[in-house]
Design a protein around this ligand. Sequence first.
Ligand code: ACM
Length: 676
Amino acid sequence: MKYLFAWVAPALVVIAHANPLNLMPLPAQYTLGTGSLSIKQTFRVVITSYTEPRLVAAGERANSILSRQTGIPKTLSESGPILTISCAHAAEAVQKFGEDESYRLTVDERGARLDAKNPLGVLRGLETLLQLIEAGPQGFSAPAITINDHPRFPWRGLHIDVARHWMPVEVIERNLDGMAAVKLNVLHWHLTDDEGFRIESKLFPKLQGMGSDGQFYTQEQVREIVAYARDRGIRVVPEFDIPGHATSWLVGYPEFAAAPGPYQIERRFGVFDPTFDPTKETVYQFLDKFIGEMTALFPDEFFHIGGDEVTGKQWRQNPDIQSFMRQQGFQDNAALQAYFNRRVQAMVAAHGKRMQGWDEILNPNLPKDTLIQSWRGTKALAESARLGYQGILSAGYYLDLIQPASKHYLIDPLGNEADSLSGDEKKRVLGGEACMWSEYVGPETVDSRIWPRTAAIAERFWSPADVRDVNSMYARLEVVSRSLDWRGLTHRSDYSKMLNRLADGGRVEPLQVLADIVEPVKNYKRGRGAGIVRPTQQTPLNRLVDAARCESLQAMEFARLVDDGDRKRIREWLMRWRNNDALLQPVLAKSFLLTEVIPLSQALRQVAETGLEALDMIESNKSPTAGWLARQQAVLDEAKKPRAEVQLMIVAPVEKLIGGLEHPQPEVPKRVTRAK
Ligand code: ACM
């Protein structure tokens, strides 16, 4: 207890960064002026030149956000600072890919002025203005500045899988608000997969009727979301994954499958065999009607047909399909899928849309207006561009891999693979999409996997290519993350709620001390391994691994302290972690949800003890013995193993601390007694 009272919570140090502005994404160009605009009230918005209801609503929404993030009441005061918006002309009736999003924002001591050609530029500029407002000793203000801004890539998306886990309307809407805040402009809505068919079809009601457990969007809700997105300058591209990943379609319509049913909604996660039969004309008749119904609902120019991970097993085992392939001279399943894609593409085009698919669909017999989404690596993107197809990158932006923001941030759609492309080929690379697959996220946790990391990806897509300073990114990411709280995103607030549920009335502080320095296992290690029961769609997502953040800022901070040799603060942290186990064990004993955490907490104590011993040696100029080093290494190796499907993120810095010790002293030889 002594340590507990003596200990002062080490505050997170704000990382020194090169850029003085907390903007994310950073604008293409800006010049700081002198002075600032004081913000004591919400803005008086004046729209000159072209206007439309969307712009009026955007001005009001900006004031609401301002009010929420500052606490200043939203009033109709006549004395607030003036925000003049000047927009040259209307946008396309249906937001088009590649529409102008540029804007010019000027702030001085008298007010703010936002100029754009297109309402989309106004929407982007308003977000920048909101990000400029910060508290200072004199109150809230925005610095005097002139910003000329435009995006680097026209396609800046977030893909959300609502099939593995259902995401109700409010989840989508709050994430659209988050997307708008960081200037993303495409919601790629993964609406169907083996585990669920999530949209109402009036023509084929057994799709959602039997394939969704009643968890689907009505057509009215879809219209609402599309309108909500448009208000924020975001296009909505729906994905209907065919011919594989199709179990949920086939529950109600087994006659379209390549093998006899019956089928049931898949509860497990993975790649499964149920596949459409590409040889049946009835399949194309069905798909044509269905695509017609859906293209009427989704105004966007693009229509995503999935096309990934077709196992082909049902095709190989079906004699009729095999004989069809022989007749057509198809050598393999890829050729059969290419035939299927070609037919689907013709229908998509007949309904006035451009087809998009995952990189498996890449095949030179598809028309050149097909859009390729690269997920298996950057090679496919370069290959598509060389073959004359436009493409977007998702490889490197898979949020479900639980990688740090820095890793995603440094991956560029025009990165290494694109070096060999010609100028025209490079232009075919339109941007990218962060992908949120939902095997291990539900409505409660999805925000914490999307945010704040997606803001870093958004900067990659918007800002100039040479904006790559990771320290600056992390400093600004924290600011943006806090501001997203005020947009209704739950990536921060759910952490505390979930820890409280785990503690079940016990003390939550020691649980948080532990939770703050763990991260979920990465790279699809979740749900795998000895003794782990493979989770399904029905497995609750209420464990420590679900509450844990993707990236432990405290562990990062500790690693920095070790690098800097700040022994005083290293000791503070290590003592706290060493003492935490005794405080936490009674809490862990209270709830079955925390039983798995018992050994994790013990491992943390052991790592901290090791670190403290190392620190003592450093401070007393002692060198470790080889025996001591071997024992400590064994402790650290043990602590590196995931427990409760999370990793202790402070093991590596403690290892570094030990690595910094002087070379070991030779052991004093033990007397060897042979005689017995
Ligand atoms: C995918 O991740 N199967 C596109």
